[in-house]
Design a protein around this ligand. Structure first.
Ligand code: ADP
Ligand code: MG
Length: 504
């Protein structure tokens, strides 16, 4: 009897130990898998370091590269393209204007009436039609692309109400073209390369304004392409129309770019050019900026290597909306490979660009207590169901790290421009480093693009970083203004009236 009791007790004890061992084993394994995920995140954070010290190095590098790009053709990865725009609209423009805007994902046709008085709300005076660019057109032939554009304009004009006061003999048109162009005059320029997913090989090296003009003629439209400008220049023009203290414009959308007003004598590579105002807008093509100070991770290296344009647009690949979602996807894939906190590895995680930046932003900005939106998106996009809350929190953290780095690098780029033109409070090239608040002039930077205007955390991080780099006393003179996408293209035409067409 006694032996039986002991026997039962021993069995129970053994069983308990076994259960305990299993539980402990599971716990250890569980801790190990969470540790693995945590170390992926830690490495990501270290790799994405944007301490203010590092940002200042990026600021300096940006200013140095700007100098180099202005000194000689090919002097820097920054192309610092001349635009031949030396005067910006100021509100006194009058007339009916048409514009076409070929951006990254959308194509817009616009019409605007200007009264000769500054309009406080340009958007009300604008007719806009927006169309997504069909994917096959983005990769077809030059002729197909421009035929598509010309047809859209033709339909737009055909819809004009009869009896409207648009009675021009010949319509004039501004073409806002958001790709790098070597400008020959204000109304002509050669495509240097496509970016943002466009790849139409036979357009590189051709005058895109002439291509458009030919397509308009083919469609029987009596419209003259009067100006060809980059979207950054359009943005600067609108910024200046509203506020003459505007000195630079930044685009942060599918891609990223910047332009600013430079003194003619600082543009060494165009010696001999006479511009009436002594200034010219320079299109930096800053998406291609590169510096060893940029915080680069293995995810960036892989993304670049697998892209259609490796070693190109390095700054853009860390900042803009085309890429942020994909960086996050790569990190989630890595975590999924390292541990099973996301369950079995979903094949969707290996699909490039499956996570679009707006959805990444939606996860980042999910403020529900159980991160319901994060769970939904992980399920919908990656087909990963039932992700535990702890793992969802990690995904939010990853979005945060990637977005914060992007916004802070863009901020460093902006301060780099301000430094180059002596608006960073350091006294510029002439003065010493005394941070004299009194000398600092009101300085407005216009910013346009979906990533900036629709992603509030991105905006906050960018603004915060500008303050950190410049210090509160200087930063209070720097105003970052959001500009709307629709109006940017509009200033193309009034611009053409004001510019001196040197290259013609
Ligand atoms: P484009 O750059 O093509 O001219 P936009 O300026 O409208 O067009 O920017 C579109 C880009 O902005 C998208 O590719 C996307 O990456 C980003 N974006 C749009 N909406 C959001 C959003 N809600 N949150 C974050 N990013 C967004
Ligand atoms: Mg755009």
């Amino acid at each position: 009897m006694g032996r039986a009791v002991v026997g039962v007790a021993v069995t129970v004890a053994v069983a308990t130990c076994a259960v305990a061992a299993v539980v402990v084993g599971r716990r250890v394994r569980s801790r190990r898998k969470w540790n693995k995920v945590a170390s992926v995140v830690r490495e990501l954070e270290e790799g994405c370091d944007t301490s203010v010290g590092r940002l200042r190095q990026v600021v300096d590098a940006m200013a140095v590269e700007m100098h180099a790009g202005l000194a000689s053709e090919g002097g820097s990865k920054l192309k610092m393209l001349l635009t031949f725009v030396d005067n910006l609209p100021n509100g006194t423009e009058r007339g009916t204007y048409y514009a076409l805007h070929l951006g990254g994902t959308n194509f817009r046709v616009l019409r605007l009436q200007l009264s000769g008085q500054p309009s406080p709300n340009l958007e009300h005076d604008v007719e806009v039609e927006r169309q997504p660019i069909p994917e096959d057109v983005m990769t077809s032939t030059t002729e197909d692309l421009f035929n598509f554009i010309a047809s859209s304009l033709k339909d737009f004009i055909a819809k004009e109400p009869d009896g409207s006061n648009i009675s021009q003999d010949r319509r004039e048109l501004g073409f806002t073209f958001s790709f790098p162009v070597k400008q020959m005059s204000v109304s002509s320029g050669i495509l240097i390369k496509w970016t943002k997913g466009f790849s139409i090989r036979d357009s590189v090296g051709r005058d895109v304004a002439a291509c458009l003009q030919e397509a308009l003629t083919r469609k029987g439209l009596d419209v003259r392409v009067a100006a060809l400008v980059n979207d950054t220049v359009g943005t600067l023009a609108v910024g200046h129309y509203h506020d003459p203290d505007t000195v630079a414009a930044i685009i942060i959308g599918t891609g990223t770019n910047a332009c600013y007003l430079e003194r003619i004598d600082a543009i060494i590579k165009c010696q001999g050019l006479l511009m009436t105002s002594g200034r010219m807008v320079v299109n930096m093509e800053w998406g291609n900026f590169w510096s060893s100070h940029l915080p680069r991770t293995v995810y960036d290296i892989d993304l670049d290597a697998e892209s259609p344009n490796p070693n190109d647009q390095g700054f853009e690949k860390m900042i803009s909306g085309m890429y942020l979602g994909d960086i996050v996807r790569r990190v989630i894939l890595k975590m999924s490979l390292e541990s099973d906190v996301f369950g079995p590895i979903s094949p969707k995680l290996s699909m490039p660009f499956i996570l679009r930046t707006p959805l990444m932003a939606a996860m980042h900005e999910d403020d529900s207590p159980d991160l319901r939106e994060v769970a939904r998106i992980l399920n919908d996009i990656f087909e990963i169901p039932d992700v535990p809350l702890k793992a969802r929190k990690i995904v939010v953290k990853v979005c945060d790290v990637v977005t914060r780095r992007a916004a802070r690098l863009a901020a460093a780029g902006i301060v780099g421009i301000l430094k180059k033109i002596g608006r960073d409070g350091s006294g510029g090239i002439t003065g010493g480093r005394s941070r004299n608040d009194m000398k600092m002039r009101r300085t407005v930077v216009a910013i346009e693009g979906g990533l900036y205007s629709k992603y509030s955390l991105f905006r906050e991080y960018l603004r915060e970083a500008v303050k950190e780099i410049l210090g509160q006393d200087i930063a209070k003179h720097v105003i970052l203004k959001i500009l709307s996408l629709t109006t940017a293209a509009l200033m193309t035409l009034p611009l053409s009236i004001f510019v001196r067409n040197i290259g013609r």
